[in-house]
Design a protein around this ligand. Structure first.
Ligand code: UDP
Ligand code: MG
Length: 322
């Protein structure tokens, strides 16, 4: 494990913004204050850069970002249209050049007071620090319940994520460069990043109310992200088809035997057995065949993602004498 405490890093905040004109000004003020404190305490070596990504806003968001970029500490990135939160976040992470990147929401729901703790974890060697909500007090009952159900579902599908972590996190340069190698279009960043396998740390924070404006995540977008989480990481649903096929095959074999016995005993009308037995058999063969196709489809799907086959964390080599 590396200890980086002797060498303060450079830092960038990465913030996706979609129709956030009501919060930009406060966001800049808050993050600049955090940056000054960090600089004073020696946690970073230069004032932090703010990478603000405008995700195709139709209000004054880009105007505000553009104006702020003149000050020298803001790098604005404008996407051609609304690409969605995950894509905007990725664009920001790829556009930043600093050694440590912290992503957070524009609405200041991700409490900036957790940032020094994240940097401490980085100094002690963590490459990825997840901000995890200490409680879900500020959520509606519906959101709380559906979130719990969703994390359970992900777990059952074999998707490895940190529960109650949105996209408030610190990433080291090394982990961002590895993320760059993931070429997938279906983006579920919190899954991919947990999957990188580097040293991970968790910092708890209290999620506060949105500073201003309305949520940009209506139920439809939330559901889309939820489905993305399962389908971009797991081919288990396809495998379940094979299992269902095998179970149905077993049941139909038993039912087939039963209907032949009934026919033998003469308890059926003519034609019944010859219709029922092939129907059962064909149904189960079809399901099994679908399952087999699913197995290959799953393989093709994983191949097309072109994820790195392995990720090296460190290399230890003998020192070469000069
Ligand atoms: N966002 C975005 N593109 C979108 C939707 C949202 O960049 O299509 C940004 C938004 O500006 C905010 C973050 O994603 O910075 C989280 O959105 P929001 O706070 O509305 O979600 P909630 O906290 O309500 O789940
Ligand atoms: Mg929010």
């Amino acid at each position: 494990m590396q200890n980086r405490s002797e060498h303060a890093p450079t830092l960038a905040f990465v913030v996706p913004c979609y129709n956030e004109e009501a919060v930009i000004e406060e966001l800049l003020k808050r993050l600049q204050a955090v940056s000054e404190d960090l600089l004073k305490s020696g946690a970073i070596r230069q004032p932090a850069t703010l990478v603000l990504v405008d995700d195709g806003s139709i209000d004054r968001t880009w105007k505000l970002i553009h104006a702020a970029s003149k000050s020298g500490l803001v790098r604005g990135v404008r996407l051609s249209r609304n690409h969605g939160h995950q894509a905007a976040l990725l664009a920001g992470l790829m556009a930043a050049k600093e050694e440590v990147l912290i992503s957070l929401d524009a609405d200041l729901q991700d409490d900036p007071s957790a940032i020094p703790k994240m940097l401490q974890a980085y100094a002690l060697g963590a490459d990825i620090v997840f901000g995890v909500r200490a409680s879900r007090k500020s959520d509606t009952v519906f959101k709380r319940r559906s979130a719990r159900l969703y994390y359970k579902l992900l777990e059952n599908m074999g998707v490895d994520v940190v529960p109650d972590h949105a996209d408030y996190r610190l990433m080291s340069r090394k982990s961002v460069e590895t993320l760059r190698e993931y070429g997938e279009v279906n983006l579920f960043l919190r899954g991919i990043i947990k999957n990188l396998g580097y040293q991970v740390e968790i910092v708890e924070y209290d999620r506060v109310e949105r500073f201003a404006g309305d949520s940009k995540y209506p139920l439809t977008k939330m559901l889309r992200l939820a489905i993305e989480g399962v389908t971009s990481f797991s081919t288990r649903p396809l495998r379940y088809v094979t299992w269902i096929g095998l179970i149905v095959a077993l049941i139909s074999f038993l039912l087939g035997c039963y209907s032949i016995v009934i026919w033998w005993q003469g308890g059926t009308v003519p034609g019944w057995t010859s219709i029922v037995v092939p129907t059962f058999m064909l149904g189960s063969f079809q399901l099994i065949a679908l399952g087999i196709v699913g197995e290959y489809l799953g393989k093709i799907y994983l191949e097309t993602k072109r994820r790195p086959q392995f990720i090296i964390d460190e290399i230890a080599e003998p020192e070469t004498p000069n």
